[in-house]
Design a protein around this ligand. Structure first.
Ligand SMILES: Nc1ncnc2c1ncn2[C@@H]1O[C@H](COP(=O)(O)OP(=O)(O)OP(=O)(O)O)[C@@H](O)[C@H]1O
Ligand SMILES: [Mg+2]
Length: 235
């Protein structure tokens, strides 16, 4: 069975690609062969006659993936709306089974890194949510949540939803999207009281070459290799 992780978020624009790019780079540096997949992307940029998917492009570059961009993201839509609606407007059939096939093409000895679109319960295809793709792929889920007031509830709700699909939570990343947080807040410490999976924080980091803690990469490799138990919320 394919090893890897499914990156989801508590919302759109919370840093799934930012985190995914770091993971792809750092796994590649460890000589781990990464297969990046963003099987459907909306909000693509039209260049000449082609739609360029920025997330898929960034993941492909970070992973040093030798195959074409169409392997990473064959389903591309221009409007920045949910992929399922964008596909409907473009009269394109888009099913969860199609995306499963795209994600599973490639060596099963590689690390499959899949980024969803939007949040865990965002519609992705005509017959499924992000949650349904993750469940069909049976991958551990890495949850990215914006590190702000309210993040604890977001994280706990998502962990419960992921567990409901019978999937393990590979970790929760609390990602700072600005540096104007209240210094008295400590969401990592608070969240760790409720979760028995790895919880990490990422500072606001506008520099290009940001590295995730090696501990996080190691725990993702471990999670990808042991996909059996789902995480429970304590208390
Ligand atoms: N820790 C961080 N420090 C600084 N900027 C960040 C950080 N995390 C994310 N960003 C920036 O925030 C924006 C949104 O991040 P990103 O595109 O990764 O979100 P996403 O969840 O993948 O969005 P989408 O739902 O569109 O796929 C990007 O401009 C990204 O560079
Ligand atoms: Mg993204």
């Amino acid at each position: 069975m394919q090893q890897g992780i499914f990156i989801t978020g508590s919302d759109t624009d919370v840093g799934k690609t930012f985190v995914g790019v770091c993971i792809a780079k750092q796994l590649s540096q460890k000589n781990i062969n990464v297969i990046p997949r963003k099987p459907v992307e909306s909000g693509c940029i039209r260049q000449n006659n082609e739609l360029i998917p920025p997330d898929a492009n960034a993941l492909r570059t970070a992973a040093n993936y030798p195959g074409p961009l169409s392997d990473v993201c064959p389903y591309r839509f221009e409007p920045a709306i949910s992929p399922s609606r964008a596909a409907q407007l473009a009269n394109t059939r888009l099913t969860t089974a199609q995306l499963v096939t795209i994600c599973q093409q490639g060596s099963d000895k590689s690390f499959l890194l899949v980024e969803g679109a939007g949040g865990f319960y965002s519609p992705l295809t005509e017959n499924g949510l992000n949650a349904d793709l993750a469940a069909a792929l049976k991958l551990p889920v890495l949850l990215v949540v914006e590190d702000k007031l309210g993040a604890l509830s977001q994280a706990l709700l998502h962990v419960e939803a992921i567990a409901r699909r019978g999937l393990p939570v590979a970790g929760v990343v609390l990602n700072a999207l600005s540096n104007d947080q209240n210094q008295q807040m400590d969401n990592v410490a608070d969240l760790r009281k409720y979760l028995d999976c790895p919880v990490f924080s990422i500072p606001y980091q506008p520099e290009i070459d940001f590295e995730l803690p090696d501990e996080l990469i190691t725990s993702l490799i471990t999670a990808a290799c042991t996909k059996t138990s789902s995480v429970s919320v304590i208390g």
